[in-house]
Design a protein around this ligand. Structure first.
Ligand SMILES: NC(=O)C1=CN([C@@H]2O[C@H](COP(=O)(O)OP(=O)(O)OC[C@H]3O[C@@H](n4cnc5c(N)ncnc54)[C@H](OP(=O)(O)O)[C@@H]3O)[C@@H](O)[C@H]2O)C=CC1
Ligand SMILES: O=C(O)CCC(=O)C(=O)O
Length: 426
């Protein structure tokens, strides 16, 4: 385990975007530069080396990171992603966004995020298990139910959490239920965690539609990314009366102006791995870029960072954007869209359903009692509807010259700074 210097993440464009957002929030709150200087760096950035014996008998070495951004409000909390192009800068940016997300959600966590540079689609299940166990064993001294609590992100899932949980429990010598969340139901997880990020993203789109475009009923929706977040956002928006006209994955997008059969698209994705194998109705294959520019009421980017940029912002026609993904909109694009009257529900609010449900799972694990999925989702609905309306009202009253993100950041950053001051850190 090594800690790595700032020069390894400072030039990363996703990190720079996160710092720009922080600086803008600091300016609105009147915070001095020295506080920005403290907040722009993680408290700890860990790099680990993971040698895996491949099925062909050869050893391959992978690199992994965990960024622990800020713990003023509680233990670090945030997911771990497996992607072939993960960078330390991206991981630090994502951990900073977790600090603001958890603060805004009002849950007792700081921010953390992890990543392993690997294409998991090229590994067998046995190789993935070895990689996951070794990565978590390497982090074991720096995670724990009161220290840092990981969860899934891109290309990780409840099975990955089961391996992490088991590896950590073996090391500490007891069942450490609270060390990870989004575990399988058999290991203290909630099915509601699987649907919760997409549910929350759909919910904030629903609430934004009520306040901005006359309600969700009959509104058209396009969703980029058809994984955990995109699929459940599509499912709930359809249930609430919207028409999901387009969805996509890495293979491309499908578009039917009369509406996609979401259940069927989920089945096709599960069985074939590609949503573009969906054949129902008058479906047309489109590119991911075309999907973003469709003439729809609501757009949900639910795949990856930096997809809405100054290069395409002018051509985006949606009136409401709910950010299921972390960091899908660059600050330059956001300014263009704000001037066009588009409401962007920021990621730290729109995709907070996952971590909020993680907190429900974690607190129940620690109390040794269990909630039903219905109770858990009803609680999430109450929390997120309240948080959405609080941010929306603050935005309209105090920050309407800026995008909605400004109001969310003002609440989130202020809470962290106050906690740091009370603790005597700054
Ligand atoms: N899971 C969670 O609880 C949370 C996730 N998020 C964020 O939501 C986003 C999606 O995460 P999640 O759904 O969990 O991830 P998944 O791995 O479940 O799904 C990712 C989806 O995005 C697609 N995708 C990936 N890269 C691209 C690309 N460059 N262009 C188009 N599509 C792409 C994938 O395609 P394919 O299937 O073909 O590989 C897949 O459909 C991420 O930004 C993540 O950080 C935020 C909060 C919580
Ligand atoms: O539930 C969690 O802790 C993970 C959430 C996460 O990674 C995210 O919100 O981006």
């Amino acid at each position: 385990m090594t800690e790595i210097p700032a020069s390894l993440y400072e030039n990363d464009p996703t990190y720079q975007m996160a710092v720009k957002q922080l600086r803008e929030a600091a300016q609105l709150l009147g915070l001095p530069d020295e506080i920005v200087e403290v907040l722009r760096h993680p408290e700890r950035l860990i790099q680990v080396k993971i040698p895996v014996r491949r099925d062909n008998g050869k050893i391959e070495v992978y690199l992994g990171w965990r960024s622990q951004h800020n713990s003023a409000l509680g233990p670090y909390k945030g997911g771990i992603r497996y992607r072939e192009d993960v960078t330390p800068g991206e991981v630090v940016a994502l951990s900073m966004w977790m600090t603001w997300k958890n603060s805004l959600a009002g849950i007792p966590y700081g921010g953390g995020k992890g990543g392993v540079r690997v294409n998991p689609k090229l590994l067998s299940q046995r190789e993935l298990e070895e990689l996951s166990r070794k990565y978590f064993a390497a982090l074991a001294r720096n995670v724990g139910p009161d220290v840092d609590i990981p969860a899934p992100d891109v290309y990780t899932n409840p099975q990955t959490m089961a391996w992490y949980f088991d590896e950590y429990s073996k090391i500490v010598g007891y069942n450490a239920w609270g060390v990870v969340t989004a575990k399988p139901v058999e290991l203290g997880g909630l099915h509601a965690r699987t649907v919760s990020t997409g549910y929350g993203t759909a919910l904030t789109a629903r609430e934004a539609a009520k306040r901005w475009i006359g309600g969700i009923e009959g509104k058209t929706v396009a969703i980029q990314g058809f994984g955990n977040v995109g699929q459940y956002a599509a499912k709930y928006l359809k249930e609430w009366g919207a028409i999901v006209v387009a969805v996509s994955d890495r293979s491309g997008g499908i578009y039917d102006p009369n509406g996609i059969d979401v259940e069927e698209a989920m089945k096709v994705k599960a069985e074939t791995g590609k949503v573009t194998n969906y054949k129902k109705g008058n479906v047309k294959i489109i590119s991911n870029e075309e999907l973003l520019e469709l003439d729809v009421d609501i757009l949900i980017p639910a795949a990856t960072e930096n997809v809405i940029t100054k290069a395409n912002a002018d051509r985006i026609k949606a009136k409401v954007i709910s950010e299921g993904a972390n960091g899908p909109t660059t600050p330059e694009a956001e300014e263009i869209l704000h001037k066009k009257g588009v409401v962007i529900v920021p990621d730290i609010l729109a995709n907070a359903g996952g971590v909020t449900m993680s907190w429900i799972e974690w607190s129940h694990n620690r109390m040794g009692c269990w909630l039903t999925d219905e109770e858990a989702l009803a609680r999430l609905d109450r929390i997120m509807t309240h948080n959405f309306n609080r941010v929306f009202d603050d935005w309209q009253k105090k920050f309407s010259d800026y995008p909605m993100r400004a109001a969310a950041y003002a609440i989130a950053v202020d809470r962290v700074v106050r906690a740091m001051k009370l603790r005597g850190w700054i």
